[in-house]
Design a protein around this ligand. Structure first.
Ligand SMILES: C[S@@+](CC[C@H](N)C(=O)[O-])C[C@H]1O[C@@H](n2cnc3c(N)ncnc32)[C@H](O)[C@@H]1O
Length: 218
């Protein structure tokens, strides 16, 4: 069942989307509680379909050192931390301290607090400042910032590393001409052009939920 309206793509046929979500097994108590909270408080989370894709990508790539740009209440962070296992180091970032406080409660409940480093501030600055490179970077900041987020993240990604960005179809608006003042759609469109013309990346835009772009750094 599609629990929350913000999980709808806006471009996939409704019955097909319902079918896809109906296939996904129920989540455990913490993840279910977070999905309920996100629905009630309109927190935009990736939801279980994209979370399962991220789990798969982390596991097949063997990523351990993971940086997340824009983590909100920590829903995607918990999926990443669980996928990467007890040896993982996952960096949570969000500009909102109240989100970070709530996320930390969930991390404790989910039993993954020890593998997560919580940082409050601008994720674009934090990814540059945090020492070392990452195996996997997940970008989910405000959409007008996507081109700059990519420029900030790329130098911090190891060669062979995975760079994932959510909402790259932006309810289908990415595919249509954008108004001059629609900064979010323009940001997503510019990001899509940048990744597909980058000599450093091999991208695939997957039309799952709101669009997910998966890139490998060459
Ligand atoms: C779409 S939500 C993240 C959802 C989360 N990834 C999940 O799926 O559970 C975006 C979050 O990014 C935060 N954000 C947006 N731009 C940011 C920035 N430049 N630096 C840090 N946080 C940012 C917002 O406060 C918001 O909580």
């Amino acid at each position: 069942m599609i629990r929350s309206e913000n999980l709808r793509s806006g471009y996939v046929q409704e019955d097909v989307e319902e079918y896809l979500y109906a296939l996904i097994p129920e989540r455990d108590a913490v993840i279910s509680e977070m999905e309920k909270y996100a629905e009630e408080h309109r927190v935009p989370i990736i939801g279980p379909a994209v979370a399962r894709l991220m789990t798969l990508l982390v596991q097949v790539s063997g990523a351990k050192r993971i940086f997340e740009m824009g983590s909100a209440i920590g829903y995607s962070t918990i999926w990443l931390a669980r996928a990467a296992g007890p040896q993982a180091e996952v960096f949570y970032t969000d500009g909102n301290p109240e989100n970070a406080r709530r996320a930390q409660e969930y991390f404790r409940k989910a039993g993954v607090a020890k593998r997560i480093r919580v940082q409050v501030g601008d994720a674009l600055e934090l990814v540059k400042k945090t020492a070392g490179k990452f195996d996997f970077i997940f970008n989910d900041v405000d959409k007008h910032q996507y081109p700059d987020a990519m420029r900030a993240a790329l130098p911090k990604l190891k060669r062979g590393g995975v760079f994932v960005t959510d909402n790259t179809l932006w309810s289908g608006k990415a595919a249509r001409p954008a108004a001059a003042d629609d900064k979010n759609t323009l940001g997503v469109q510019e990001f899509n052009r940048l990744v597909y013309t980058s000599k450093e990346l091999f991208p695939v835009l997957i039309p799952l939920r709101d669009g997910v772009t998966v890139c490998r750094k060459i």
